[in-house]
Design a protein around this ligand. Structure first.
Ligand SMILES: Cc1cc2nc3c(=O)[nH]c(=O)nc-3n(C[C@H](O)[C@H](O)[C@H](O)COP(=O)(O)O)c2cc1C
Ligand code: SF4
Ligand code: SF4
Length: 291
């Protein structure tokens, strides 16, 4: 069955390239967007917990000649949503690649991806990582503006190099590393995330504009007109999106000890208009030609 479908794909029944991405502050959005541009036109779809829920209810699959999945490293592992994604969403393609974007060290993120994908019957052919701006400002602080500019350029360069490798259907393996300590940190993060999210505070600077709720990729902020948004701690992915998107800097996390500055990738800022109305959904955001 799987083989027949793959044959159909090769016989041009399906679009050529498809890019699926999860992103909080826009680094992965930018990688996905650039890859789509470089490939001469590809569909990009944002991964959200809602997409995973839809898949769980009705079965959701994506088919393309090439599928690229982009997401950030969280606590040396995969973001929580990616576990459900690999479990519930069927991906049919002769070439699947994964790109992990990270600020310092991706740790076990790629090996976890390999394990989870294998368990769920998804055969990933290419594993890549891209160094991006570290967005976990509450803990690590943000680099200077000049450094952010340099790192943004470097992310573009790396995206181009990887795009070329993907174009050539490069097969590569996950680099071996110290899985255990990284896996441990990642497990703790997944387990205690709702507790960690207790440190989210929406201060009285909030002007009740609802933007944070619109932008949240996990529908974890409930907004009722005239009230401050309320956080659903279990749904929150800890992606830092709302903190950085709030025009009044009203949201803080973990005391925001290290940095009071905010960060969004410039491509994400530019796309704000087109994302704002449907960022909670799993809708396609970019659809260039699929030739
Ligand atoms: C909760 C959380 C945990 C993170 N953990 C790591 C990590 O373990 N290693 C790392 O290099 N970067 C880590 N980061 C940084 C992000 O992986 C990195 O900035 C990524 O590019 C963000 O992508 P985005 O802008 O698409 O959300 C973490 C970020 C968050 C929000
Ligand atoms: S974006 Fe900021 S100001 Fe607007 S509702 Fe959210 S917390 Fe309040
Ligand atoms: S509530 Fe904020 S940090 Fe949590 S998933 Fe939504 S945008 Fe990300």
């Amino acid at each position: 069955m799987q083989q027949e479908t793959t044959k159909e794909i090769l016989n041009n029944g399906v679009q050529r390239n498809l890019i699926l991405y999860f992103s909080g502050t826009g680094n992965c959005y930018s990688i996905a967007k650039r890859l789509a541009e470089i490939s001469g036109g590809a569909k990009t779809v944002r991964i959200t917990p809602q997409l995973v829920e839809e898949a769980e209810k009705g079965g959701k699959s994506f088919a393309a000649q090439k599928v690229i999945i982009v997401f950030p490293a969280y606590a040396y592992g995969m973001p929580p949503v990616m576990y459900g994604f690999f479990k519930r969403v069927a991906i049919i393609s002769p070439y699947i690649a994964v790109i992990v974007s990270h600020g310092t060290k991706y740790g076990a993120a790629l090996s976890q991806t390999k394990r989870q994908a294998r368990k769920c019957g998804t055969d990933i052919k290419g594993y890549f990582d891209i160094k991006s701006v570290e967005n976990f400002a509450p803990i690590f602080g943000l680099p200077s503006d000049a450094e952010i500019k340099i790192q943004t350029e470097e992310q573009y360069n790396q995206t181009e190099i990887i795009a070329e490798k993907i174009k050539e259907n490069t097969l590569n393996k996950v680099k071996r590393g110290f899985y255990l300590p990284y896996g441990f940190v990642s497990g703790i993060f997944r387990l205690f995330r709702p507790l960690l999210n207790c440190s989210f505070i929406i201060s009285d600077k909030c002007v009740k504009c609802g933007l944070c709720a619109k932008k949240c990729p996990a529908a974890a902020l409930v907004f009722t007109s005239g009230e401050k948004p309320k956080l659903k701690r279990r749904k929150c992915q800890c992606c830092q999106g709302c903190i950085n998107v709030c025009p009044k800097q009203a949201i803080t996390f973990a005391g925001m000890r290290k940095s009071r500055r905010r960060y969004l990738h410039p491509d994400f800022q530019q796309a704000a208009g087109s994302l704002s109305d449907k960022s909670n959904g799993s809708d396609t955001e970019t659809e260039a030609d699929n030739s």
